[in-house]
Design a binder for this molecule. Sequence first.
Ligand SMILES: CC(=O)N[C@H]1[C@@H](OP(=O)(O)O)O[C@H](CO)[C@@H](O)[C@@H]1O
Length: 508
Amino acid sequence: MLVSWSPRLITPKTFVFLLVNPASRPNASIQDNGVKLVDPRGDMLEASWETYATNLANAETTDDFIAVIEVIVKEHIRIDQPANVVYARDTRPSGTHLVAAFQDGLLAIGAHGRDEGITTTPILHYLVRCINTKGTNEAYGEDSIDGYFKKMTTAFKKLVAKKAKPPPLLVDCANGVGSIALKKLGEYLGPTLDLIPANTSINTRGALNHLCGADFVKTNQRLPPSLVNELKPNQWACSLDGDADRVIYYYIDDRGNFRLLDGDKIAALVAGFIVDLIKGTGIDNKEVYVGIVQTAYANGHSTAYLKKRLPVKCVPTGVKYLHHAAERFPIGVYFEANGHGTVLFSPSTLEALKAYQPNTPAQATCLNYLMDVTNLVNQTVGDALSDMLLVEAVLAHKSYGAFEWDSTYTDLPNRLVKVAVRNRAEFRTEDAERRLVTPWGMQARVDETVRKYDEGRSFVRPSGTEDVVRVYAEATDRAHADELAFKIAGIVYDDAGGDQRTRPKEFI
Ligand SMILES: CC(=O)N[C@H]1[C@@H](OP(=O)(O)O)O[C@H](CO)[C@@H](O)[C@@H]1O
């Protein structure tokens, strides 16, 4: 619904009465002095009529309207001052035009802009957190790109100081902005870790993510062709994605097989390390513990492995869901199987760790390492470079190679396919996207098919980023996982397919 609203014609209170229908938005209630909202996490947000009056002339829809209020109130935004916007771009040629248009927009509304040039998504998130927390007791760091690299590499160097030097690391930069950041990272790391960049053609049109990058490796479950003659057996390597917010590891085993070490494997490795450090500190505080957040795409064996050891929560696909769920744990480790994730330490956990007095030198060492981990991880968003250093630090601590890490648990073979359908809005899900509500009857057919496969699991969900429906399937062996995915995709296609380009025999 589009609503144009002029504050001169209608009072904000009437506006809210008109738009916030308590029946459709049971989490909003009209009060004498303003509006009360309860966000999905149960936080109570309040806003006075004055706040509405001064700010909401630009809100066009009910959802915009509510979202604006929620952010203003929750983040204590000073609405009487001009906005301060930090921006940057990636390496795509379209970036220059987009930035120019964006700068015009800033000028038009009288906002201050700070141009950070070409940099990664996670670095931009880092800068915003630093600016917003400056001078508070949650100050995150120095608000500069140098500050980002210094914070992360100082922590990494402390973590690995007494460990054997890790072997040189081959890093596929997806021909994206990660290659610029990786070079800089190498300068800050010095001799601590040798990084060997691959796929760094940032000026070649069409090269971004082409036959390389985290998504290529995860989806195709094979090496980027450019690394085929580079990677030696048992040497591990990693791939960043185009804006360097995800990372995937892999290696070639003794028998020449490609082995993926994806976001689930990273979560298991990192969570195990943090749990060991907490135990090592001797801290006797039931409120300091690790929880895991995954999506339905997490491999069934990773979920089983983790559930035996830690609380595990499954949320819908998308980092916003994972991040918020992880904030609810004292230490929340969240990773999508595709390699996007990080670790969040709650403010009270950080306070407890800072206040804790260890009793032995060994406990003090563990506590220091834990604090180094809090500085190494980018707690604002998934960050390929920070996650990569974290993995390298954990491997160095555990004296693990790729094989030992891979042996934590064995992945179930799995297959992800996509189906173009008439209208993906027909697909509605529940239970963190693991079950279909509509089209009516489809879930029952999926269940009936899945039952025929040992350790079979499959789910169907509409993509949030592409006009397709995704089908995921896993089973005890490769042929069965492929067959199950193919059969479920067939069910989807028969009931709702509409595009001849994705007939079942062509599913990818
Ligand atoms: C199966 C898969 O990898 N889905 C991706 C993809 O979402 P879809 O909603 O599946 O299109 O893009 C998201 C944004 O990058 C990412 O968070 C998510 O993991």
